[in-house]
Write a protein that binds this ligand. Structure first.
Ligand SMILES: *Cc1c(COP(=O)(O)O)cnc(C)c1O
Length: 388
């Protein structure tokens, strides 16, 4: 392995050298004020990234999955009712976690490739006249299918039903790469991790709570120890954690936030859109289709590309790795073998993306698909030449 090629999996992403170096730091006393100089900029920076004035930010040594658990265990009790749609592997896994915590999940089965059905959410919420539903779950960007959902519309469903349920959003593969508006969308808990938009290794669960979600302290009976946000608050009050914090990763997060703000948050979003748009034009030039069922739901961080009937899409990922030393993402769950995924988030440039598209073309031709070398690359090049 030379590690010379960029990776095109939808997380972990490529890492800027500056962030790698920031993660590799000497030991400090994590109970000294020096730690506060890392912790506090991280909390403030994350709040800015999710566009919130006063969300309570928590950083746990974990991953996005741990963030889901932080959200559930600090707000709910066994038997509580949760409303969720299943439109891909990640929404599925969050539902599975709810069930393993003995929550009562009302599942709206949604075609993989569709976005979250806010209309159905609205109907269900309107019918719930006793307000038994405590939480609505929403996966902002379904990484398995490359589908983004309109969280503002999900909030609209809650509001037009005049329903007091909380809104929990999985922003693991969107936050820091696509616009996320915690305050405007009335989000109660937002969840992300370190290895996607923040361009870090895996190892941090990053979570934001609204005041409303914080108030569940006295009613939430689900067991938690490691993930108790109130222990974490006590730690923060003396610039510390309730246990040993992953200082190097958090120092990396501090630098990541600085890099994002230096580029400009909106510029980061438009770079992700531009790179994704080049990929979409390439897919079109190859004569292939995205798993995302309409243009307005196409994700700017990952594209899931359908391969022809009878072809095993996973072969593309295997051959790209074996022959060309390049990583793409396999299809997961229901779309396993039917799609391969190109991750295009985090540290990425137009030039890096062209290398990924070029290799994808060679691989597909090697495997007998009817692809003209250079066709997708040319479509993306033409777009990138004129892009802002
Ligand atoms: C990656 C991802 C997760 C899981 O995060 P881990 O860090 O692997 O635990 C959850 N949701 C979405 C949408 C993701 O993309």
């Amino acid at each position: 392995m030379s590690f010379q090629n960029a990776v095109f999996i939808p997380g972990p992403t490529n890492m800027p050298e500056k962030i790698r170096q920031a993660c590799s730091m000497p030991t400090i006393d994590h109970r000294s004020p020096i730690f506060g100089e890392i912790l506090n900029p991280c909390l403030d920076g994350v709040r800015k990234i999710i566009k919130s004035e006063d969300a309570h930010i928590f950083i746990f040594p974990s991953t996005g999955t741990g963030g889901w658990e932080v959200a559930l265990t600090n707000t709910l009790s066994a038997g509580d009712k949760v409303l969720a749609a299943r439109n891909g592997m990640f929404s599925h896994r969050w539902i599975d976690m709810c069930q393993r915590h003995n929550l009562d999940v009302q599942i709206v089965e949604t075609p993989w490739g569709d976005s979250l059905p806010s209309d159905q959410y609205e109907e269900i919420l309107k019918a719930d006249i006793n307000h038994e539903i405590q939480v609505v779950l929403a996966t902002h960007n379904e990484t398995a299918t490359g589908v983004k959902s309109n969280i503002h519309a999900v909030r609209g469903a809650l509001d037009s039903a005049n329903h007091p349920a909380m809104l929990f959003v999985d922003g693991v593969s969107s936050i820091g790469s696509m616009d996320f508006q915690f305050d405007n969308w009335g989000v109660d808990v937002a969840v992300t991790g370190s290895q996607k938009g923040f361009m870090l290794p895996a190892g941090l669960a990053i979570v934001g709570f609204s005041d409303k979600a914080m108030k569940r302290k006295h009613t939430a009976k689900l067991p938690k120890t490691f993930f108790d946000i109130h222990d974490m608050i006590k730690g923060y009050s003396s610039n510390a954690f309730p246990y040993t914090p992953p200082v190097g990763l958090m120092n990396g997060l501090k630098v990541s936030l600085e890099m994002i703000f230096e580029e400009g948050l909106e510029n980061v979003f438009s770079r992700h859109y531009r790179i994704a748009q080049g990929v979409r034009l390439a897919v079109d030039a190859w004569g292939l289709k995205l798993c995302a069922n309409s243009i307005d739901v196409q994700s700017d961080t990952v594209s899931a590309i359908c391969t022809p009937e009878g072809f095993n899409a996973t072969d593309i990922v295997t051959r790209a790795a074996d022959k060309y030393g390049m990583a793409f993402g396999v299809g997961l769950g229901e779309v396993s073998g039917k799609v391969f995924r190109i991750g295009h988030l985090g540290m990425l440039t137009d030039a890096m993306m062209l290398s990924g598209l070029g290799v994808a073309e060679m691989v597909m031709l090697d495997l007998g698909l009817d692809i003209k070398l250079g066709s997708g690359v040319a479509a993306a090049q033409e777009y990138y030449r004129h892009g802002n």
